[in-house]
Design a protein around this ligand. Structure first.
Ligand SMILES: Nc1ncnc2c1ncn2[C@@H]1O[C@H](COP(=O)(O)OP(=O)(O)OP(=O)(O)O)[C@@H](O)[C@H]1O
Length: 269
């Protein structure tokens, strides 16, 4: 592979490094809590990575630093060859709550990032693409519906479209389906897998669920607390596409048990 190809991120080949964190540390000045210490991590194009660890081990801090929402105290975060120094267009984010504007229709909510970035005319032009994305996530026919008429799962599907409309290079997901019931959550996870595969997206998910991490991920970053550090990056070799049925297999159970064992050790990992 030539150097030129490695650095052509827009069309970067599957498996090329997209996100690179080197020696990232964070100490909050207010209380001197060392939330992260020497985190080194590479996300590769088209990969799905989850981060798991006990409450307070620094998962959200890591995601916020990757998103450019807060700076690290030390270390470097590079996305597509450029240091992350603030929020960027090539980063898509999704949170626990869909946070849709109630006075805008589903389709208008989806084109909102375009409206903020490029103005009303550009947003209007993007409506066709919004409709295509809505079809992709099973929301055809709900384009002109207001958020109060959508179920929790439908609202989160809408916010997936809003994240995808700007064609971000990476998707940062902070427990996006944790407010949904278990059945909807399983369905949405399978939907997320399908979308990520179709879009060749690079995804990074914060979760508290070992099962969710295993069924979705190529790699799981297991963190240990106080200060937050990477204990191990566990590779998940289950074949793709993953199905919910795989959650009943011996291989799946083994990986879940292994990670649970690590988390049970807590600080002694
Ligand atoms: N803004 C802040 N100011 C000071 N300390 C903070 C701040 N945000 C987080 N912390 C501290 O940093 C540590 C890591 O917090 P963080 O929210 O990143 O953990 P987490 O793994 O996401 O937790 P949870 O699983 O409970 O969401 C904790 O000890 C927390 O108290």
């Amino acid at each position: 592979m030539t150097a030129a190809l490695v650095h052509d991120y827009a069309g970067a080949p599957i498996g090329a490094p997209v996100y690179e964190l080197s020696n990232v540390s964070k100490t909050y000045a207010r209380n001197l809590v060392v939330a992260l210490q020497d985190v080194n991590l590479t996300l590769r194009k088209g990969s799905f990575t989850s981060v798991i660890g006990s409450s307070g081990c620094g998962k959200s801090t890591l995601l916020k630093i990757m998103a450019g929402l807060i700076p690290p105290t030390k270390g470097r975060v590079v996305l597509q060859g450029k240091p992350v120094t603030g929020p960027r267009r090539d980063i898509g984010m999704m949170f626990q709550q869909a946070t849709l504007f109630p006075w805008k229709t589903a389709a208008e909510n989806i084109v909102l990032p375009i409206e903020i970035r490029d103005g009303k005319a550009a947003a209007k032009k993007a409506l066709d693409k919004a409709h295509e994305l809505m079809e992709l996530v099973g929301l055809k026919g709900f384009e002109n519906v207001f958020p109060n008429e959508l179920s929790g799962g439908m609202a989160q599907r809408t916010s997936i479209c809003r994240m995808l409309i700007t064609e971000p290079a990476v998707l940062l997901l902070d427990e996006p389906f944790s407010a949904l019931d278990e059945l909807s959550r399983d369905m949405m996870n399978m939907e997320l897998q399908r979308i990520c595969r179709e879009q060749e997206a690079t995804a990074f998910l914060v979760t508290h669920s070992i099962q969710e991490a295993v069924i979705l991920s190529d790699e799981i970053v297991v963190m240990k607390p106080r200060p937050g550090r990477i204990a191990e990056v566990v590779k998940v070799d289950l074949p793709r596409p993953r199905t919910l049925h795989m959650m009943t297999t011996h291989e799946f159970g083994e990986i879940v048990d292994y990670i649970r064992g690590m988390l049970d050790k807590g600080e002694d990992m």
